[in-house]
Write a protein that binds this ligand. Structure first.
Ligand SMILES: NC(=O)c1ccc[n+]([C@@H]2O[C@H](COP(=O)([O-])OP(=O)(O)OC[C@H]3O[C@@H](n4cnc5c(N)ncnc54)[C@H](OP(=O)(O)O)[C@@H]3O)[C@@H](O)[C@H]2O)c1
Length: 272
């Protein structure tokens, strides 16, 4: 497999690091380009040993899978620049929030194998969850190859395109919600006088432990919460404040707003 990465930003680097860490992809199998930042290409070449080129034509030569990791607003321009150099059998995967398969098809009419993917930056540590949606004309074997590729950097789920805005809001943007919660917990720990390194260790392991409990017990979050909440105890006192401050409602509104924003971005890209 040869992978061409269009875009050399945070998401592209997370994927490169994760693929290489898997031991199943070698640096020589990855070629990267961006819009104009030569220094960034040099940095990726030095850090990871991947090939980089200024010209899209060079990056696409011999590519089996092209992963486009540019901002949604730059997607139309990037796909137009790729179109002349793409072999018809190449699979094109977009990881951009809110860029619909129909918009990709309109910009790449010669390409049959189109896939939408929504990974997150935990790909770097092979702890992503990537939602994938197969384009209408994408052959099954091409889709499974893409699924395998993203499986190297974490879990994968297949979803219909109608669910993609929700996925973007949940697992694409989701790490930021958890980071915000952790920031607030660390501030509280500082108020309580805990040394920062201790507070960080306690908080990080608490989040990891809760995640592993959710994953491995298969229990509903409400049940896990009940198991750690004694009547009139400390956890109950804290949860009462979170309820009083309407934190659950705020989180629901935030996720809904992210999904709406993904739909707005999709409409803007479709209009380009
Ligand atoms: N970051 C995340 O957590 C995350 C999670 C899931 C999905 N995504 C998606 O991943 C995509 C990239 O996000 P990011 O955070 O990696 O953005 P980023 O760090 O800003 O990187 C964007 C990259 O796109 C390049 N680019 C722009 N136009 C181009 C063109 N016409 N041809 C080639 N390269 C072009 C830029 O090159 P220059 O620097 O040279 O301009 C830059 O390397 C977004 O669509 C986002 O929705 C991100």
């Amino acid at each position: 497999m040869r992978i061409a990465l269009i875009g050399a930003g945070k998401m592209a680097e997370s994927l490169i690091a994760g693929w290489l860490a898997s031991g199943r992809i070698a640096p020589g199998q990855i070629a990267v380009t961006n819009r104009r930042n030569d220094e960034r290409l040099k940095e990726l070449e030095t850090t990871y040993g991947v090939h980089t080129h200024r010209e899209k034509k060079e990056v696409l030569a011999g590519a089996t899978v092209v992963v486009v990791a540019v901002k949604p607003a730059d997607m139309a321009e990037a796909l137009r620049q790729l179109a002349p150099w793409l072999a018809p059998e190449t699979t094109v995967v977009s990881v951009a929030a809110g860029v619909r398969l129909a918009a990709m098809t309109a910009l790449l009419p010669q390409t049959r194998s189109l896939v939408r993917a929504m990974p997150n930056t935990a790909s770097r540590l092979r702890q992503s969850v990537t939602a994938l949606c197969r384009g209408e004309h994408c052959p099954a074997e091409d889709f499974y190859r893409v699924r395998e590729l993203f499986g190297l950097v974490g879990a994968t789920v297949e979803v219909g395109e109608d669910d993609f805005d929700a996925v973007t809001a949940l697992s694409g943007s989701g790490p930021a919600y958890v980071y915000l919660l952790v920031e607030a917990m660390l501030e509280a720990a500082r108020d309580l006088g805990l040394p920062e390194p201790v507070a960080r260790e306690l908080t990080v392991w608490t989040v990891l432990g809760a995640g592993h409990m959710l994953r491995h017990t298969g229990l509903a979050p409400a049940e896990l919460r009940r198991q750690v909440t004694s009547p009139n105890g400390t956890t109950a006192a804290a949860l009462a404040v979170l309820e009083e401050m309407k934190v659950p409602t705020a989180v629901r509104r935030a996720v809904n707003r992210a999904a709406a924003r993904a739909a707005e971005l999709a409409a803007a890209v479709a209009a380009v």
